[in-house]
Design a protein. Structure first.
Length: 628
């Protein structure tokens, strides 16, 4: 696991940016604390920051060259099947001198070019320069687990693992108003766009080919999903196949030359990973966090049941709300593009504590998107399939609209959910999906902005995001869209950034492409029905996991944002970030709408105001750090 950055110069003006690469590498030091290095070759300057995981020797350091010196690679990630690939290369007589997956990847590319991507099982972002042909090849893994951003103009192409590294290279920082509007709707910015115009995230399963000042973007992978050709496996046989694929995926992801463990929340997803990993290693370290001040949300007792059953070396980190608040600014400080998923805070703290015991951790990320694990999936299922309860809730919309709605009380939160569900029932599938994916409407997000993007431009970008949702409604279409939007833009970005802020590598067995392709070959009802979400995953491990996991209510923890806004953060928010003089000088926000949001923080019908205000605070912190 590492950080990469580089410049490809199209002309002499582009060469001037080579001098910024050292500063760019320095911004990636938390991603790669073990060693930082730079190499310059003709038209390219490549930088690398290393977190040593496989082959810890200096011989495996990067930038890494082949024996002839023609090819140079910088690589972030892991190739889990590198040992098999290495054996095939050795049989061909290639002079491999290390035990690293970096060298295997480089020589595989030398032999097969872009076709090598089809043989890789792993997560990665890498660049390979050929100094004879003066070409650059940049690729990102199939699911988008590892990030890669790039910028190009007529003088150069710049790329990096993080936005802060790209900014250090010297990009033009022009705010993209469409991205800004979508950020305030979703709390993140969907791939491939970023907060800046002309800067893009390389899409999952894509590569860039740079030759003779031309940049070509090619897709090499998409999820093998065909809604008209589902597998004919019986439900029982599909469970067997699912267990086999999960076990294989976990086995690959246990390869490491440094201490390794697994996150364990006590939910089904992480417990499945621990169950499989415990078969393959004698002493598995597992880690969970609990909440001293919020016992309703503390699920560590379930994690401890799983740890006991599978004989893991378990550590629980019990947090107070003060612990959360004390780490708030560490999270804000690492964010280099506006990102307002507040659950980044507990992920950061879990990663920080885990890093004290391990350098690599497995996680259950991706299972919710694959198998329908979210509350919204249950809502979509009932919206598609109808029924008396849905009709009743829909008819009650005028009532839900009149009653107070807030996340801060059980009754008011139920009313909020009923209103949201009833409104969605009145929409087509695309508009319903978007409403249930967002924290505020497009209208409210635009009203927040002084310079609003055109409705046509917003529609075009949103239509691209929702293009896989067809008129004939399907839960698999919804899950597929989640994989493209929510998983990449929110969940994977959150885990990557917060783990890398602590120099911890997180591996995601559920996102092995073989497993993903299989799950999308299954009918909707294998994943969700009227009684159960994540149906096949739960049933496949029902006789393996502790029965208590199937009898528990799920209580998703929410960071106490509203309480902080009304207490500890009130002065910082109002006096610093939302000061009226600063708002006017900044020229981003509509002062009237900001004042309305301030008042709503103290309303009995606050709805999702804490998330909307958190998005503003994150943006303002980012603005003051990177734009002033």
């Amino acid at each position: 696991m590492c950080g990469i950055t580089g410049v490809y110069a199209f002309n002499d003006k582009g060469l001037d940016y080579f001098s910024n690469v050292e500063k760019s590498v320095a911004t990636l030091k938390l991603r790669g604390p073990d060693k930082q290095a730079i190499v310059t070759e003709k038209k390219v300057c490549l930088g690398h920051a290393r977190l040593s995981i496989i082959d810890l020797s200096d011989a495996a350091s990067q930038p890494f060259k082949d024996i002839t010196g023609r090819y140079t690679i910088i690589f972030n990630g892991e190739i889990y099947n590198y040992k098999e690939l290495r054996q095939s290369l050795v049989k061909k007589g290639l002079p491999l001198k290390t035990q690293s997956d970096t060298e295997v990847l480089l020589y595989l590319y030398i032999i097969e070019g872009a076709k090598c991507l089809q043989k890789l099982n792993g997560f990665f972002a890498f660049a390979i320069y050929d100094n004879r042909e003066d070409t650059l090849f940049i690729a990102r893994d199939r699911m988008g687990i590892k990030p890669l951003l790039y910028y190009r103009d007529r003088n150069k192409l710049l790329f990096a693992s993080e936005m802060k590294a790209l900014m250090a290279l010297g990009i033009s920082k022009n705010i993209d108003e469409i991205s800004l509007s979508q950020y305030f709707q979703l709390n993140y910015i969907p791939t491939p766009n970023t907060i800046f115009k002309d800067i893009y995230k390389l899409e999952p399963g894509h590569y860039l080919w740079i030759e003779k000042n031309q940049v070509i973007d090619e897709k090499y992978y998409s999820i093998n999903y065909n809604r008209s050709n589902y597998s004919d496996l019986s439900y029982e046989k599909a469970q067997e196949k699912l267990r086999e694929l999960i076990q294989s995926s976990v086995k690959y992801r246990l390869i490491s030359d440094v201490p390794l463990g697994s996150f364990l929340s006590g939910g089904i997803d992480s417990s499945v990973i621990v169950a499989e990993a415990s078969k393959l290693t004698d002493q598995l370290n597992t880690f969970s966090i609990g909440y001293k001040d919020e016992p309703y949300f503390d699920e560590t007792s379930y994690a401890e049941l799983v740890a006991k059953k599978f004989n893991t070396n378990h550590t629980s980190f019990k947090l107070t709300n003060n612990d959360l608040y004390e780490n708030l600014h560490n999270v804000l400080d690492y964010i280099d593009e506006p990102f307002a998923d507040s659950s980044a805070l507990p992920v950061h703290i879990l990663s920080m504590h885990t890093k004290k015991h391990a350098t690599v951790a497995l996680s259950g990320d991706g299972a919710d998107e694959l198998f329908s694990g979210y509350n919204k999936h249950k809502a979509h299922f009932h919206a598609i399939n109808g029924g008396f309860n849905s009709k009743l809730i829909k008819c009650g919309l005028p009532i839900w609209q009149m009653l107070p709605k807030s996340r801060n009380g059980k009754l008011s939160n139920t009313i909020r959910q009923l209103k949201r569900y009833a409104e969605g029932l009145n929409l087509n599938q695309k508009d319903r999906y978007w409403q249930w994916a967002t924290f505020q409407s497009q209208k409210n997000a635009n009203n927040l902005l002084k310079h609003q993007p055109s409705l046509h431009d917003l529609k075009v970008r949103k239509s691209e995001i929702l293009k896989h949702l067809l008129h004939i409604e399907s839960m698999n279409d919804i899950l597929y869209t989640d994989m493209k939007l929510v998983l990449v833009g929110d969940m994977l970005h959150k885990v990557d950034s917060m783990s890398m802020a602590n120099s911890l590598e997180v591996r995601t067995p559920f996102l092995d492409h073989n497993l993903v392709d299989f799950v999308f070959s299954l009918n909707d009802d294998y994943k969700i029905n009227a009684k159960m979400r994540k149906r096949i995953l739960q049933d496949a491990y029902r006789n393996i996991l502790p029965k208590e996991l199937y009898q528990r209510p799920k209580h998703g923890f929410e960071v106490p944002l509203l309480k902080w806004f009304q207490t500890e953060l009130k002065g910082e928010l109002f006096d610093n970030y939302l000061n009226e003089d600063f708002i006017r000088e900044q020229n981003i926000f509509n002062p009237k709408q900001i004042n309305s949001m301030k008042k709503n923080l103290y309303s009995n019908s606050s709805g999702d105001i804490q998330y909307q205000m958190w998005a503003v605070l994150v943006f303002q912190n980012w603005w003051k750090k990177y734009m002033v």
